[in-house]
Write a protein that binds this ligand. Structure first.
Ligand code: NAI
Length: 318
């Protein structure tokens, strides 16, 4: 038998926790001893103003079960207020789950600038604001756990979601940068790529599969990644219906060109297979990049010229 992962004494903010995934996280954290700030503006995915009761209901549920929680109704765009309330009420902030989200799906040409901006504001600016306000506390106490919520639409792309995909991939970037900065302060930052039946997916997901994607099946990995025992940081995790898997970048072996007059666009074309061949690839980790200088230095010692096509590398039009 394994020990229960506990969160006694820990203070957690879950944004957008009035329903869907956020609600499932909030309930599980509270059941494991954490004090939870249940944030939700109460708008639903399309921004139609509902009421603050979304957060209230979750708080009631937690309290009925003997847990500790308070409601917060601020937009994540004012994330500093959420952190403020957490610290004023519970005295600290340990864990931030950036989960609030909205949608304005439309094909690229039909997408208005305000629909573009609205999605970037909630996901990107919202996650930035909450993390930024919590960061000084985490740094000072040498402890912090942050999850940013991405999406398969961000990592892999999805039709009609250029705004959402941009924001969601941006969150991978935010996580990775913060993971490098947080390392020496025991702050871990990871990215979650969830799939769940919720208000957000109610119109896009087939009814008959919705029951296998219960949001509660995503929650266990979120608690793992934000537990005291977690050492993973700057990683991406996919989660759906009880399936969990880490994903990462893969870089092809690539090829090197001799920097002389034969280094032409058609020389590059001739070696396209090498550039895109993943059979001998590497997997860069967060904070590391391919060692370009040492690779490039090798290029001048290459004996053979690049594949010839009868042309030379020139930058004039004569
Ligand atoms: P949901 O619509 O049930 O939950 C999102 C919550 O965020 C709503 O309760 C909404 O009122 C709240 N919200 C919206 N704007 C807000 C703001 N400015 N400030 C505070 N709260 C705000 O959707 P779901 O599915 O639970 O989504 C949670 C997160 O997971 C989102 O970031 C979403 O993009 C992401 N996600 C969900 C997937 C899914 O399959 N359900 C797939 C990939 C990502």
């Amino acid at each position: 038998s394994q020990e229960q992962l506990r969160f006694d004494g820990r203070v957690v903010i879950v944004t957008g926790a009035g329903g869907g995934l956020g609600r499932a996280y909030a309930l599980l954290y509270a059941a494991r001893g954490a004090s939870v700030v249940v944030n939700d503006l109460g708008v639903g995915p399309l921004g139609i103003k509902g009421s603050s009761s979304a957060a209230d209901k979750v708080v009631e549920e937690i309290r009925k079960n003997g847990g500790k929680a308070i409601a917060n109704y601020d937009s994540v765009e004012n994330g500093d207020r959420i952190v403020d309330q957490a610290v004023k009420t519970f005295g600290r902030i340990d864990i931030v789950i950036n989960n609030a989200g909205n949608l304005r799906d439309r094909t690229f040409l039909k997408l208005t600038e305000s629909e573009w901006q609205s999605v970037l504001n909630v996901h990107l600016k919202g996650s930035y604001k909450v993390a930024r306000a919590a960061w000084p506390f985490m740094k000072k106490q040498r402890y912090g756990r942050i999850i940013n919520t991405s999406s398969t639409s961000g990592v892999y792309g999805n039709f009609g979601q250029s705004n959402y995909g941009t924001a969601k991939f941006g969150l991978v970037g935010l996580s990775n940068a913060l993971a490098t900065e947080g390392a020496k302060f025991n702050i871990t930052v990871n990215t979650l790529v969830p799939t769940a039946a919720s208000n957000m997916t109610a119109t896009s997901m087939a009814k008959e599969i919705m029951n296998i994607y219960d949001p509660k099946y995503v929650a266990p990995i979120v608690l793992n990644l934000t537990h005291d025992s977690n050492t993973y940081s700057g990683r991406v995790f996919e989660a759906a219906g009880g399936y969990f898997a880490s994903s990462r970048w893969q870089v092809a072996k690539g090829c090197l060109f001799k920097p002389d007059y034969t280094f032409t666009p058609s020389a590059v074309k001739a070696r396209w297979n090498d550039i895109t061949d993943f059979s001998q690839s590497t997997y860069p980790t967060i904070g590391s990049t391919v060692d370009y200088p040492s690779i490039i230095r090798e290029a001048s010692s290459l004996k053979d010229s690049n594949p010839q096509s009868g042309e030379e590398l020139r930058f004039d039009n004569k």
